[in-house]
Each structure stands twice: as structure tokens, then as C-alpha cells.
Design a binder for this molecule. Structure first.
Ligand SMILES: [Zn+2]
Length: 128
């Protein structure tokens, strides 16, 4: 029986290195996204919610108990992926990722707007 080239300890070691590398990548990722761009959804002029652009998620927008629009955040971009409006114009608007870019669904009065850092949002709300 020849000794195995990679023992259990080696695997643990390699796993550890990979784990540290992954942690490091995550750290870099979070540092790069420190500004924390968000997308703010308003319905009929009222804030429906604010969502982190760095987090892949689907946001069903419910009006009067019915989901009228679905905003999907993927890879730092927000896009209207579903809507029950007759024209579907909002679904054809390009994905937004930069501050002040918007997707508007006129029939449903749904607006998604990219906002800057959280600090800035607080400043905005004070200014209002
Ligand atoms: Zn629409």
C-alpha cells in the first residue's frame, strides 16, 4: 500500500486556504460596494420600499392586495420583469443601476429609482 499523496490534513489545509480566499473575496466585494446603492420603489408617489441593489432579489409590488409589478434585482441591476399594465412599457425599459436612473410604470404609478448611499438618503429625507 502506497501512502496517499493527499491526506486528510492536506484536504483540510486546502479547504482552509479556499475558505480564507473566499472570505477575502467577500471582503473586497463588500468594501467595493460600501456606497450601498439602493433602489427605491414608490407607488402613487408614496415610498413602497427601498431595496439593496447588491442583493439579488425579486420584489413583488402589491397594490390593493394584488401583485401588479415585479422588480427583479440581479447583479446590481434592477429590472421590471413582470407587470400587469396594458402597455408593458416598464418591462421594456433597460435595467437600472446608476443613481437617478428610473423605471416607470405609468398605468400602475410605480416608479423604481436608483438612489445613492444610505447616508444620502437620510440627507434627502431631512431636506424634504
Ligand atoms: Zn408597466
Amino acid at each position: 500500500m502506497s501512502k496517499k499523496r493527499f491526506g486528510k490534513n492536506d484536504i483540510l489545509f486546502i479547504g482552509g486556504i479556499l475558505g480564507i480566499a473566499l472570505l477575502f473575496m467577500l471582503l473586497v466585494f463588500f468594501l467595493q460596494n460600501k456606497e450601498g446603492a439602493c433602489v427605491e420603489v414608490t407607488v402613487d408617489g408614496k415610498v413602497y420600499g427601498t431595496y439593496d441593489l447588491n442583493e439579488n432579489q425579486e420584489i413583488p409590488i402589491t397594490i390593493d392586495g394584488e401583485v401588479t409589478n415585479v422588480l427583479t434585482i440581479k447583479d446590481g441591476k434592477a429590472k421590471m420583469t413582470d407587470a400587469d399594465c396594458p402597455d408593458h412599457l416598464c418591462m421594456h425599459q433597460k435595467a437600472i443601476s446608476k443613481e437617478k436612473e428610473t423605471i416607470v410604470c405609468l398605468p400602475n404609478k410605480v416608479v423604481a429609482e436608483v438612489t445613492g448611499s444610505k447616508e444620502k438618503q437620510e440627507f434627502d429625507s431631512i431636506a424634504r
